[in-house]
Ligand binder design. Structure first.
Ligand SMILES: NC(=O)c1ccc[n+]([C@@H]2O[C@H](COP(=O)([O-])OP(=O)(O)OC[C@H]3O[C@@H](n4cnc5c(N)ncnc54)[C@H](O)[C@@H]3O)[C@@H](O)[C@H]2O)c1
Length: 444
């Protein structure tokens, strides 16, 4: 079959979309030609979702002299114009500005897109970008539903895209040193890891009334495939995380970062045997979040337990850290966060420590190294990036399973091959979203 260039393909598909012949996100085509990037070539990127993390990502991309930003996309004209001016100041040229990401994906010169939109948009944007022949830097959690994770993994494979997930700890030097330490066996038998995240923003505040859509905001496009609801500042920029249609609260927002370190450290590549979770709006029942301010989840393995807990509205926690991980070994406990990790020894009856007390400090380069890894992998067409879409998928599933367990109140056993619960079958309704028309759930 003849190779169709990205330009030919997008021209045809855009016409088909305009004519209403295909669903807006069904831009897929299995063979889309991609420019080979030479060692001295420019790498052209576009950013979708410019307000916060997306912009942070792009800023680190632009530390690389070979990277150019050709395009920005946002549904908020104020943000889009401001970020456009900032890019122009940095690069001395204006990027193309879009409010519909599908138009941006028609640009034949783009090599990669950064996706920094709220979670409910990740799956469609990621799969469309893959099918348009672009490499993708995808923010975490990769999706808002478990079924979306599976389609994203399939799309990346099918279109042979280099992808990385914004779980930047996977590139962090002190995290890698922690993994080496865990692998050394010095901690003894690790039978438990406690993971916690206590943040004020998890409780938001008291509800405020719905209001008019701010000028310059395409709210229809912000909601996209999610359930339509009136505009409210409290579920919009930044705070959407605490509403189920758009995010999964602290469980997914911090869960994917921290649980991922346990999966990595314990070399876990599959889902657990069983998940038990509880949670509710216990501390702030009258506040606006739908997600839980207080939640605990236990993930059971053959000879190991992982325990997640979060509390919104407070910022203190175990070991004087408001978030972190504690690997409990028979010789000592390793406690870690983004700043450092330390080993706290257990003692024998003669007061002799079973392991040496140590502390390793972060040099704060995780994010820059993560972006550098992606750029290098793009050039060399290396698919095994520092955090692959498979890594992101596994970890997002853990986080979503924690939420499903707490929301359903059921003990869960999930079969990742059959894509359904074998215990707690009533929870199957949480696995796949109902996309709001005209958006259609992708299938690859
Ligand atoms: N890796 C990290 O450490 C880290 C940190 C913060 C956020 N994040 C992730 O980054 C993502 C974005 O979070 P945030 O805090 O930047 O959110 P945000 O609400 O501050 O910004 C999202 C941006 O996306 C834009 N947007 C929404 N829908 C759009 C659409 N259809 N087309 C184009 N633009 C659209 C919004 O207008 C806004 O500018 C989330 O998935 C979040 O979990 C990751």
């Amino acid at each position: 079959m003849a190779m169709i260039t990205r330009r030919d393909f997008l021209k045809t598909s855009a016409t088909a979309v305009a004519a209403g012949l295909v669903a807006p996100s069904a831009l897929g085509f299995p063979e889309v030609e991609h420019r080979i990037i030479g060692a001295n070539d420019r790498i052209n990127v576009g950013l979708i979702g410019c307000r916060n993390m997306g912009w942070g990502n792009l800023s680190d991309f632009l530390l690389h002299k070979e990277v150019d930003c050709l395009a920005l996309c946002d549904i908020d004209q104020g943000i889009l114009n401001n970020r456009g001016s900032e890019v122009e100041k940095k690069l001395n040229h204006k990027p193309h500005l879009f409010s519909d990401y599908r138009k941006m994906l028609e640009m034949k010169d783009l090599d990669a897109v950064i996706i920094g939109t709220p979670d409910h948009w990740h799956c469609l944007m990621f799969t469309d970008a893959c099918s348009a022949g672009m490499d993708v830097y995808e923010e975490k959690p990769i999706a808002n539903y478990i079924a979306e994770c599976d389609e994203m993994v399939k799309a990346a494979k099918r279109y042979k895209r280099v992808t990385i997930v914004g779980q930047q700890q996977r590139s962090g030097k002190h995290w890698k040193a922690m993994i080496d330490y865990l692998n050394s066996g010095k901690l003894g038998k690790i039978a438990r890891a406690d993971v916690w995240a206590n943040f004020n923003y998890g409780a938001l505040g008291k509800p405020i009334p719905d209001s008019l859509v701010p000028e310059g905001v395409d709210y229809e496009m912000w909601q996209g495939p999610a359930k339509l609801r009136p505009f409210n500042q409290q579920h919009f920029h930044g705070s959407w995380r605490m509403f189920w249609s758009y995010g999964g609260g602290l469980m997914t927002d911090w869960g994917v970062h921290l649980l991922d370190m346990v999966l990595w450290g314990m070399n876990i590549k599959t889902l657990p045997k069983r998940i038990v979770g509880v949670g509710g709006k216990f501390a702030f029942p009258d506040n606006c979040p739908e997600t839980f301010d207080t939640q605990s989840v236990v993930y059971e393995f053959d000879s190991f337990l992982m325990h997640w807990s979060h509390t919104g509205g407070v910022e203190t926690g175990p070991y004087n850290r408001n978030y972190g991980i504690a690997f409990k070994g028979t010789n000592g406990t390793l406690v870690a966060d983004r700043n450092n990790w330390e080993v706290i020894p257990e003692y024998d009856s003669d007061k002799k420590p079973r392991v040496e007390a140590t502390k390793t400090i972060s040099d704060d380069s995780d994010h820059q190294l993560h972006v550098s890894n992606f750029i290098e992998c793009m050039k060399t067409r290396t698919f095994d990036t520092a955090c692959t879409i498979e890594n992101g998928s596994l970890c997002a599933k853990y986080a979503h399973l924690g939420n499903i367990a707490a929301r359903s109140g059921l003990t869960l056993v999930y079969d990742d091959q059959k894509h359904s619960f074998t215990t707690g079958k009533e929870a199957n309704s949480y696995l796949m979203p109902k996309y709001r028309r005209p958006w259609a759930f992708p299938s690859y």
